[in-house]
Design a protein. Structure first.
Length: 171
């Protein structure tokens, strides 16, 4: 099965989200980073504003340092999204975002034309994950190969499923 695709930042974020959904610890980290921390920060800032307006707290009492932690809790997810964007730009410069993947019974070749080519045998692949948008082949617990499955034909989807069923252990 040969497949050529062009990556976008949205593709990369979707692949990272699929990766985060594979284990409970990653899911909890994702939920805490993007939902729980900002919610707690917002709640703390709202409570501090309530105390200021009620007159029980004044910024002249030099209590403004209490605002640092909630503001950091709100800004942390935004900085994480910025880091993901920078990481994507470093890994895939704008002129090298068209990739090729060739998967058969013997190996997997991922090629970034004019830049790099990586070959993996099926023994080097730990597991496989797929949703309606992406497929991920895990090389290690934290490293994976990913490619969009939206452009695959039904025959290619069936071939991919058969290859992974044959070569990867069942969970």
């Amino acid at each position: 099965m040969k497949y050529q695709y062009t990556l976008t930042i949205e593709n990369y974020r979707a692949a990272l989200a699929l990766h985060a959904r594979q284990k409970w610890a990653r899911r909890l980290g994702y939920l805490s980073m993007y939902w729980f921390l900002p919610f707690c920060g917002l709640l703390t800032l709202a409570y501090e504003a309530y105390l200021v307006f009620k007159g029980q707290l004044s910024f002249t009492d030099n209590q403004s340092w209490k605002l640092v932690v909630p503001v950091v809790m709100l800004v942390l997810p935004l900085s994480q999204k910025n880091l993901v964007r920078k990481q994507f730009k470093l890994m895939f410069p704008s002129e090298n975002r068209t990739l090729n993947i060739d998967i058969d019974d013997e190996r997997i070749i991922v090629e970034n034309p004019g830049s790099s080519e990586s070959t993996f045998t099926w023994n080097g692949i730990l597991s496989f994950a797929q949703d309606e948008k992406f497929a991920i082949l895990f090389v290690t617990k934290g490293r994976f190969l990913f490619f969009p499955t939206q452009g695959l034909s039904p025959e290619q989807r069936i071939e991919l499923q058969e290859l992974t069923d044959r070569h990867l252990p069942r969970k």
